[in-house]
Design a protein around this ligand. Sequence first.
Ligand code: B4P
Length: 212
Amino acid sequence: MIIILIGSPGSGKGTQGRFLANKLGIPHLSIGDMLRKIAKSSSKDGVLVNNYMTEGKLVPSEVVNGIIKKILSTKEYKNGCLLDGYPRNIEQVQFLEGFINKNIKVIYFDVDNQIMTKRILGRFTCSNCGEIYNTYYFKPKVDQVCDVCNSSDFSYRNDDDEQTINKRIQEYNKETQPLIEYYKSQGRLYTVNANKDKEAVEVALEALLKRV
Ligand code: B4P
């Protein structure tokens, strides 16, 4: 089975994707993380991806589709996975359906605008293991030391400033929001109230998994 995580920027897809993948014992594929790695390279693709991301725009679908198809065709993903942040527009939906005939379920992280902005502004990540933290909601237990891997190397994303956030939200409303209705009409959509704190969302997701 493929479980797609869909929701606005900062709705908690990455945070809960790690939790869910652990729980289900399936790989967690975050397209945002993959694109951030590509954006660090000085190759033609790296520069292109970096430009789109820093402007708060979706990276062109032909780039993202190519990456996804290559990864999903590998052995590691043949028994399914959690797809975090893909598809994000109707073009990507159609592309995915063109080569995946596995059972697809969709979890929608429903969150209010003011909450997501504060979450994004507070986000920081362990550069070593990718654990996600937040200045306002959950800092590491020991200041400047990652709870998971003990690293002291943290990073802030360069698309997490207020101006870019607004653009990302506009892009989400225009491109991604229509997918909610699409998957709902197919009877594949499961909604979780993502306004609650991290632990409460985990509990809600565990209950939801029994129905998926
Ligand atoms: P992503 O990396 O997918 O990131 P996101 O949508 O901004 O955040 P996410 O929902 O994962 O939030 P998180 O758990 O971190 O996308 C980034 C960019 O990549 C896009 O703008 C686009 O340019 C590009 N991209 C990605 N996919 C693409 C595609 N398919 N096509 C084209 N382009 C694509 O949580 C945010 C913060 O909130 C964290 O600090 C976390 O600690 C905190 N938090 C989480 N849950 C919380 C809770 N319940 N309570 C309080 N805080 C919480």
